[in-house]
Write a protein that binds this ligand. Structure first.
Ligand code: ITT
Ligand code: NA
Length: 195
Protein backbone atom coordinates (compact mmCIF):
# COMPACT_ATOMS: atom_id res chain seq x y z
CA UNK A 1 0.00 0.00 0.00
CA UNK A 2 1.28 3.45 -0.88
CA UNK A 3 0.21 6.62 0.91
CA UNK A 4 1.03 10.22 0.24
CA UNK A 5 2.79 11.70 3.26
CA UNK A 6 1.73 15.34 3.57
CA UNK A 7 5.09 16.69 4.71
CA UNK A 8 7.92 18.83 3.43
CA UNK A 9 10.30 17.57 6.12
CA UNK A 10 12.78 15.09 4.61
CA UNK A 11 13.96 13.95 8.06
CA UNK A 12 10.47 12.74 8.93
CA UNK A 13 10.38 10.80 5.66
CA UNK A 14 13.76 9.17 6.29
CA UNK A 15 12.75 8.20 9.82
CA UNK A 16 9.50 6.59 8.75
CA UNK A 17 11.11 4.78 5.82
CA UNK A 18 13.72 3.33 8.19
CA UNK A 19 11.04 1.57 10.22
CA UNK A 20 8.19 1.03 7.73
CA UNK A 21 7.18 -2.63 7.43
CA UNK A 22 7.27 -4.48 4.11
CA UNK A 23 4.19 -3.87 2.00
CA UNK A 24 3.91 -0.18 2.88
CA UNK A 25 5.46 2.77 1.12
CA UNK A 26 5.18 6.50 1.55
CA UNK A 27 5.44 9.26 -0.99
CA UNK A 28 6.27 12.71 0.38
CA UNK A 29 4.82 15.77 -1.32
CA UNK A 30 7.95 16.55 -3.30
CA UNK A 31 8.05 13.06 -4.82
CA UNK A 32 4.34 13.29 -5.59
CA UNK A 33 5.04 16.46 -7.57
CA UNK A 34 3.15 18.61 -5.07
CA UNK A 35 4.80 21.92 -4.31
CA UNK A 36 2.71 23.17 -1.47
CA UNK A 37 3.47 24.94 1.77
CA UNK A 38 1.02 23.56 4.29
CA UNK A 39 -0.41 25.91 6.90
CA UNK A 40 -0.24 25.11 10.62
CA UNK A 41 -2.51 27.83 11.98
CA UNK A 42 -4.05 26.01 14.94
CA UNK A 43 -3.13 25.78 18.60
CA UNK A 44 -3.12 22.00 18.87
CA UNK A 45 -1.06 19.30 17.16
CA UNK A 46 -4.31 17.47 16.43
CA UNK A 47 -5.86 20.38 14.54
CA UNK A 48 -2.69 21.12 12.58
CA UNK A 49 -2.25 17.48 11.57
CA UNK A 50 -5.88 17.39 10.46
CA UNK A 51 -5.48 20.57 8.42
CA UNK A 52 -2.40 19.22 6.62
CA UNK A 53 -4.20 15.99 5.72
CA UNK A 54 -7.30 17.89 4.58
CA UNK A 55 -5.31 20.23 2.33
CA UNK A 56 -3.58 17.35 0.60
CA UNK A 57 -6.72 15.22 0.37
CA UNK A 58 -8.52 18.13 -1.30
CA UNK A 59 -5.65 18.54 -3.71
CA UNK A 60 -5.21 14.87 -4.65
CA UNK A 61 -8.60 13.34 -3.86
CA UNK A 62 -6.73 10.32 -2.53
CA UNK A 63 -5.61 8.70 0.70
CA UNK A 64 -2.86 10.46 2.59
CA UNK A 65 -1.52 11.11 6.05
CA UNK A 66 0.23 13.94 7.82
CA UNK A 67 1.86 14.41 11.16
CA UNK A 68 2.48 17.26 13.54
CA UNK A 69 5.00 16.98 16.35
CA UNK A 70 5.80 19.08 19.39
CA UNK A 71 8.25 19.01 22.27
CA UNK A 72 6.42 19.44 25.60
CA UNK A 73 8.58 20.45 28.56
CA UNK A 74 7.08 19.96 32.01
CA UNK A 75 8.82 22.86 33.78
CA UNK A 76 7.63 25.18 30.98
CA UNK A 77 4.01 24.15 31.28
CA UNK A 78 4.15 22.11 28.07
CA UNK A 79 5.96 24.72 25.95
CA UNK A 80 7.15 24.92 23.25
CA UNK A 81 4.53 22.32 22.27
CA UNK A 82 2.61 23.17 19.14
CA UNK A 83 4.91 26.21 18.71
CA UNK A 84 8.08 24.09 18.62
CA UNK A 85 9.09 25.10 15.09
CA UNK A 86 9.01 28.82 15.83
CA UNK A 87 10.01 28.86 19.49
CA UNK A 88 12.92 31.27 18.99
CA UNK A 89 11.36 33.17 16.09
CA UNK A 90 9.99 32.92 12.60
CA UNK A 91 13.20 31.74 10.94
CA UNK A 92 12.63 28.23 12.41
CA UNK A 93 16.32 27.84 13.26
CA UNK A 94 16.80 24.53 15.11
CA UNK A 95 19.96 25.77 16.85
CA UNK A 96 18.24 28.93 18.04
CA UNK A 97 15.22 26.95 19.25
CA UNK A 98 17.41 24.58 21.28
CA UNK A 99 19.44 27.48 22.69
CA UNK A 100 16.30 29.22 23.83
CA UNK A 101 15.06 26.02 25.44
CA UNK A 102 18.32 25.53 27.35
CA UNK A 103 18.18 29.16 28.48
CA UNK A 104 14.62 28.79 29.76
CA UNK A 105 15.61 25.68 31.70
CA UNK A 106 18.72 27.15 33.32
CA UNK A 107 18.70 26.38 37.04
CA UNK A 108 15.57 24.23 36.84
CA UNK A 109 15.69 20.88 38.61
CA UNK A 110 12.92 19.31 36.52
CA UNK A 111 14.19 18.78 32.97
CA UNK A 112 11.61 16.17 32.01
CA UNK A 113 9.98 16.49 28.60
CA UNK A 114 8.23 14.53 25.96
CA UNK A 115 7.87 14.53 22.21
CA UNK A 116 4.33 14.03 21.03
CA UNK A 117 3.38 13.16 17.45
CA UNK A 118 -0.10 13.17 16.03
CA UNK A 119 -0.54 11.35 12.74
CA UNK A 120 -3.72 12.15 10.84
CA UNK A 121 -4.78 9.63 8.20
CA UNK A 122 -7.32 10.38 5.53
CA UNK A 123 -8.65 7.05 4.26
CA UNK A 124 -11.48 7.08 1.73
CA UNK A 125 -12.39 10.56 2.90
CA UNK A 126 -12.58 9.65 6.61
CA UNK A 127 -10.06 10.97 9.11
CA UNK A 128 -8.31 8.94 11.82
CA UNK A 129 -5.83 10.06 14.47
CA UNK A 130 -2.86 8.21 16.01
CA UNK A 131 -0.69 9.49 18.86
CA UNK A 132 2.89 8.61 19.75
CA UNK A 133 4.72 9.83 22.86
CA UNK A 134 8.37 9.56 23.81
CA UNK A 135 9.30 10.70 27.33
CA UNK A 136 12.79 11.89 28.22
CA UNK A 137 15.00 14.62 29.58
CA UNK A 138 16.43 17.86 28.21
CA UNK A 139 20.25 17.68 28.21
CA UNK A 140 22.39 20.40 29.84
CA UNK A 141 24.00 21.12 26.47
CA UNK A 142 23.59 19.91 22.86
CA UNK A 143 25.31 16.68 21.74
CA UNK A 144 25.44 14.89 18.42
CA UNK A 145 25.01 15.79 14.78
CA UNK A 146 22.33 13.34 13.61
CA UNK A 147 18.59 13.80 13.48
CA UNK A 148 16.98 17.22 13.31
CA UNK A 149 15.20 19.89 15.31
CA UNK A 150 15.58 19.40 19.07
CA UNK A 151 17.33 16.02 18.75
CA UNK A 152 20.71 17.31 20.09
CA UNK A 153 19.10 18.29 23.41
CA UNK A 154 16.66 15.38 23.90
CA UNK A 155 17.66 12.24 25.83
CA UNK A 156 14.95 9.57 25.57
CA UNK A 157 14.01 7.50 28.61
CA UNK A 158 15.10 3.88 28.39
CA UNK A 159 18.26 4.65 26.45
CA UNK A 160 21.89 4.85 27.52
CA UNK A 161 21.99 8.60 28.09
CA UNK A 162 22.74 9.60 24.50
CA UNK A 163 20.65 12.25 22.79
CA UNK A 164 18.59 11.41 19.69
CA UNK A 165 21.21 13.30 17.66
CA UNK A 166 23.84 10.79 18.81
CA UNK A 167 21.80 7.85 17.50
CA UNK A 168 21.37 6.26 14.09
CA UNK A 169 17.97 6.46 12.40
CA UNK A 170 17.24 2.89 13.46
CA UNK A 171 18.19 3.58 17.08
CA UNK A 172 16.03 6.69 17.27
CA UNK A 173 13.26 4.62 15.72
CA UNK A 174 13.34 2.20 18.65
CA UNK A 175 12.20 4.95 21.03
CA UNK A 176 10.62 7.65 19.03
CA UNK A 177 7.22 9.30 19.26
CA UNK A 178 7.03 9.17 15.45
CA UNK A 179 7.67 5.44 15.40
CA UNK A 180 4.99 4.82 18.01
CA UNK A 181 2.40 6.80 16.10
CA UNK A 182 3.41 5.00 12.89
CA UNK A 183 3.01 1.61 14.57
CA UNK A 184 -0.60 2.51 15.40
CA UNK A 185 -1.20 3.71 11.83
CA UNK A 186 0.21 0.49 10.40
CA UNK A 187 -1.81 -1.67 12.80
CA UNK A 188 -4.95 0.20 11.74
CA UNK A 189 -4.21 -0.20 8.03
CA UNK A 190 -3.32 -3.86 8.46
CA UNK A 191 -6.46 -4.65 10.42
CA UNK A 192 -9.05 -1.94 9.82
CA UNK A 193 -12.02 -1.87 12.17
CA UNK A 194 -15.07 -3.51 10.59
CA UNK A 195 -17.56 -1.09 9.10
P1 ITT B 1 5.83 19.30 8.14
O1 ITT B 1 6.12 19.63 6.71
O2 ITT B 1 5.51 17.85 8.33
O3 ITT B 1 4.81 20.19 8.77
P2 ITT B 1 7.80 20.55 9.95
O4 ITT B 1 9.27 20.52 9.80
O5 ITT B 1 7.10 21.84 9.81
O6 ITT B 1 7.23 19.47 8.93
P3 ITT B 1 6.58 20.11 12.62
O7 ITT B 1 5.78 21.35 12.48
O8 ITT B 1 5.85 18.84 12.95
O9 ITT B 1 7.47 19.83 11.32
O10 ITT B 1 7.74 20.25 13.70
C1 ITT B 1 7.68 21.13 14.77
C2 ITT B 1 9.03 21.37 15.34
O11 ITT B 1 9.43 20.25 16.13
C3 ITT B 1 10.15 21.63 14.36
O12 ITT B 1 10.96 22.65 14.90
C4 ITT B 1 10.91 20.35 14.32
O13 ITT B 1 12.28 20.59 14.08
C5 ITT B 1 10.69 19.78 15.72
N1 ITT B 1 10.64 18.31 15.68
C6 ITT B 1 9.64 17.56 15.14
N2 ITT B 1 9.94 16.25 15.27
C7 ITT B 1 11.13 16.17 15.89
C8 ITT B 1 11.97 15.11 16.27
O14 ITT B 1 11.66 13.84 16.03
N3 ITT B 1 13.14 15.39 16.87
C9 ITT B 1 13.48 16.67 17.12
N4 ITT B 1 12.77 17.74 16.78
C10 ITT B 1 11.59 17.50 16.16
NA1 NA C 1 5.19 21.96 10.02
Amino acid sequence: MELIFATNNAHKVDELRAVLPAGFSIRPLREAGIDQDIPEPHDTLEANAREKAEVIHRLTGGDCFSEDTGLEVAALGGAPGVKSARYAGDDRSPAANSEKLLRELQGRADRSARFRTIICLCLEGTYHEFEGICTGTIAESPSGTGGFGYDPVFIPDGGDGRTFAEMSLAEKGRFSHRRKALDKLVAFLTNPPKK
